[in-house]
Design a protein around this ligand. Structure first.
Ligand SMILES: [Zn+2]
Length: 193
């Protein structure tokens, strides 16, 4: 019945569970020979790195420490990424990807966690990225992707920031404005430490 109140309480509950952190580990998906999702010359690896750099800039300006699993177009094995995810204390781990499906009908934003510790962070990132981007909500989901399964020392999530395979989302994500909106959404999470 009092839905706004419930929503507020839910957010307070989540805020309490995203415990204090001073470091954000950003993991731009793919890289090097691994292009990730691709359509023509639009490669997920480039979109993910550019988005992560924008998040890095926002978080650094806000006074947080940022660790990047890659800072250029290089291939990093999944084990190397989770090793970095486990190399810091008081951190959160955010893997940044762009999505793909055959046929191109898939659209919207989804955020994954594997362990329960990642759920509040996933819910936050999903909510803020939706708010900033205006894209459709595909929900917060649980999955076994290596980087969020093997990163156990810190809350770990993987966010899919729209579909490379969807013509209109692809058009948007090729603009800096769109990638800024996504980055703002991911970076807003730091305000809820
Ligand atoms: Zn990917």
């Amino acid at each position: 019945m009092p839905r706004p109140c419930f929503t507020f309480l839910l957010f307070l509950f989540l805020a309490a569970r995203v415990h204090a952190f001073d470091t954000v580990i950003l993991d731009p998906g793919h890289g090097g020979h691994d292009r990730g999702a691709a359509n023509g010359y639009v490669f997920e690896k480039h979109l993910a790195l550019d988005t992560a750099r924008r998040v890095q800039q926002l978080l650094t300006s806000a006074g947080l420490k940022v660790v990047m699993t890659r800072e250029s177009d290089v291939f990093i094995p999944l084990e190397g990424r989770s090793a970095i995810g486990n190399s810091r204390s008081n951190a959160i781990f955010v893997s940044i990807h762009y999505n793909y499906n055959r046929g191109g009908s898939g659209h919207g934003i989804e955020t994954y966690h594997c362990h329960n510790a990642g759920y509040p962070l996933a819910a936050y990132i999903q909510a803020y990225v939706l708010k900033e981007s205006g894209l459709d909500n595909r929900g917060v989901k649980r999955a076994n992707f290596h980087v969020i399964r093997a990163t156990t020392k810190n809350p770990a999530v993987l966010v899919e920031c729209g579909f490379v395979s969807n013509r209109s989302e692809r058009g948007a994500m090729m603009t800096g404005n769109y990638r800024n909106q996504i980055a703002e959404g991911i970076a807003k999470t730091h305000g809820d430490r």
